[in-house]
Design a protein. Structure first.
Length: 638
């Protein structure tokens, strides 16, 4: 195989990425022109009405404004740090006019976000606007970074990037050093082995963590052990939420973390570790702030008074500010052991010129290969952690997904270099009955329940997994289509879900629920069903005392979480046996494995049993109900 052929699959990836980019850009253009504001709000892509409040310069001298919403608070939004925004005004006839600038999310909460503006003129336009709205813009930046990363990797010759490329896509071996045994009594045998394999890997290592197997715990220990041998590492993940999660665990382990970019789910602990907050807390910062304020005040003077002395003074102040900023930045990086960012955030100018021996990518199975390369071009070796049997990357163009864009770097390494993979095979979340189906179908039966959780349960003589056949179809109380990308709804099944939730709460008992803090997760793959379920639960008086113990969300929203009791509403019910994206079984694997002790699945068995997975799952639930599951064989027939 020639060196050129080693890059052939990356050239194909680039073409597929371009296809996805053009599809998403055209979809955004069309929807911006034709989709009503109400629909955008329901999809979580828009706030209307929105209110622009306090504005100020943040610690990096960037002009920001606080934007809030007061309506549709039960709709989960898609605003995240780094995502582009556009603002609009709505006139009396409902027509929209977009303000002539693009802004960026700096920080986001449920009903408030801080938005970075390009200049003071943008702030003035916001302050003049009436009936203001804000919506997600098209994210050109991330695509540009991914294209640039792929071009760099394809063109690489005789360096570490080229070597990593040819390990993953070519014939070069994934090298290992001598065994590095570690003694970590708080880990199990396969977790210890995973840490050991990370230490001895020269090029790539994979930590494959099925649900509940302690992947994050293992990854934190691997980072800790690597830092006993190296001065600094880079830790990345696809989403801000995933970066925040691993960062918090590293902080808990006593490891200094510098978080590049603001967390999505900001709390006091993580705020103190963000670059902005650390920069602001530096002893030299007040001096830098005073210089920047003086510059702004000088520019506020009339232009008539700006002579040569004015420009010389500005130049001196800017040079001094640049010197201070560089010194603060260097000291912050020198003092940290872990630099943490999203994959795209690894291209942040703050990291210009930085090189890391080891890069850890958490939730690697949810990231496009191109996004991984954005960070990997900064590293000598990479550790991939995640589970390619759970949620895949989000791809909107069906043709690009079918062409192979959905095939992640982690999947390729696991298949092409299986010797680099360590499977964590003891799970600590689910009782044995709940775990068994997922273990057999997705992991070849290799995942086992830890002894301490094997027989856990809530009610005596209760079957851990129950399938409730909702027996609906399109002619009598079945699914309804409510819009592209927003999904489907099954009102009768939603009402049955709430009745089941209420009944189970009453069976457990109010006092026990509150004393033991038994929590519930209500999951549906469809946003429309989730929002309808939230409305029904909010109106149910019996559930009012327990609302803080009940979470309702999509499968994606529950990734990485767990609950004592999980109820899944599958929605699909039609005479044709069509199940849409429920056929992506990785999503169902996530939904099923959130439960610790009890799982209810509500779905129309006649519709879903057209698919072998759901037919086998339904049969397994029936066997459990009949007490005949001990010898039931679960095989992945796909």
């Amino acid at each position: 195989m020639t060196e050129k052929n080693h890059s052939a699959s990356l050239v194909q990836q680039r073409a597929l990425l371009k296809q996805e980019y053009e599809f998403e850009r055209e979809t955004f253009r069309r929807e911006t022109a034709t989709m009503g504001v109400g629909r955008k709000v329901k999809r979580g892509d828009c706030w209307f009405p929105a209110f622009a409040g306090r504005s100020y310069y943040n610690s990096l001298a960037r002009l920001v404004v606080e934007v809030t919403r007061t309506e549709d608070l039960d709709i989960e939004h898609n605003f995240e740090p780094g995502r582009p925004l556009c603002f609009f005004e709505q006139d009396a006839t409902g027509g929209l006019s977009y303000l002539p600038f693009t802004a960026t999310v700096s920080y986001a909460e449920a009903d408030r976000m801080v938005v970075e503006l390009p200049d003071a003129a943008a702030l003035a336009a916001l302050e003049r606007a009436e009936r203001l709205g804000v919506q997600l813009g098209f994210d050109e930046t991330t695509y540009r970074l991914m294209f640039a990363a792929l071009d760099t990797v394809i063109a690489a010759r005789d360096d570490r990037t080229a070597y990593l490329r040819d390990v993953i896509h070519g014939p070069l071996p994934a090298r290992k050093g001598a065994p590095q045994p570690v003694s970590l009594p708080w880990l199990n045998r396969t977790q210890e082995l995973a840490v050991s394999e990370v230490l001895r890997a020269h090029d790539v290592a994979v930590v494959h963590g099925p649900p509940g197997t302690g992947k994050t715990t293992t990854l934190v220990e691997a980072v800790y052990e690597v830092l006993r041998r190296e001065s600094q590492v880079l830790v990345c993940a696809q989403s801000n939420m995933a970066v925040d999660w691993i960062s918090e665990k590293l902080v808990d382990r006593g490891i200094p973390v510098l978080r590049i970019s603001n967390p999505t789910r900001v709390n006091d602990k993580m705020l103190s570790f963000t670059y902005e907050r650390r920069f602001e807390a530096h002893p030299d910062y007040p001096q830098l702030w005073a210089i920047r304020r003086t510059i702004r005040q000088l520019y506020a003077t009339p232009r008539r008074g700006r002579g040569e002395a004015f420009h010389q003074k500005i130049a001196r102040l800017r040079d001094r500010a640049a010197e201070l900023e560089l010194r603060i930045r260097q000291q912050l990086f020198d003092a940290t052991r872990v630099v943490a960012s999203t994959l795209a955030g690894a291209a942040n100018p703050l990291l210009a010129g930085q090189r890391f021996h080891t890069l850890f990518i958490d939730e690697a199975a949810q990231a496009l290969e191109a996004a991984c390369w954005v960070a990997m071009t900064r590293a000598d070796r990479v550790v991939l952690a995640g589970d390619h049997r759970q949620l895949p990357p989000t791809i909107k163009c069906v043709e690009a997904a079918r062409g192979g864009l959905a095939r992640t770097l982690m999947e390729q390494v696991a298949e092409h270099r299986p010797e680099t993979v360590t499977l964590l095979n003891v799970q600590y979340r689910m009782n044995e009955t709940l775990m068994r189906f997922s273990s057999d179908w997705f992991y070849g039966g290799r995942v086992v329940a830890a002894p301490e959780v094997r027989h856990r349960g809530i009610l005596d003589y209760d079957t851990p997994l129950t399938w409730v056949d909702t027996e609906g179809d399109a002619d009598h109380g079945g699914e309804e289509f409510v819009g592209e990308s927003y999904g489907r709804i099954n009102r009768a099944e939603a009402e049955q879900t709430v009745r089941l939730l209420t009944d189970y709460v009453e069976r457990i008992g109010r006092d026990r629920l509150l004393d033991e803090r038994i929590d519930f997760g209500v999951i549906s793959p469809y946003k429309a069903q989730v929002q309808y379920l939230r409305r029904l639960i909010r109106r149910e008086a019996v559930l009012k005392p327990f609302r803080e113990l009940i979470s309702v969300n999509t499968v994606d929203g529950f990734q990485g979480q767990e609950r004592d009791v999980v109820i899944i509403s599958l929605v699909r019910a039609n005479a044709r046996g069509e199940i849409g994206f429920l056929s992506d079984l990785r999503r169902m694997n996530v939904a099923m494995t959130r439960a610790r002790m009890k799982l209810f699945i509500l779905g129309d068995a006649a519709t879903l049993s057209h698919h072998a997975f759901y037919r086998k799952l339904h049969d397994y639930a029936l066997k459990l109900a009949q007490g005949e599951s001990d010898n039931y064989l679960i095989h992945n027939n796909d």
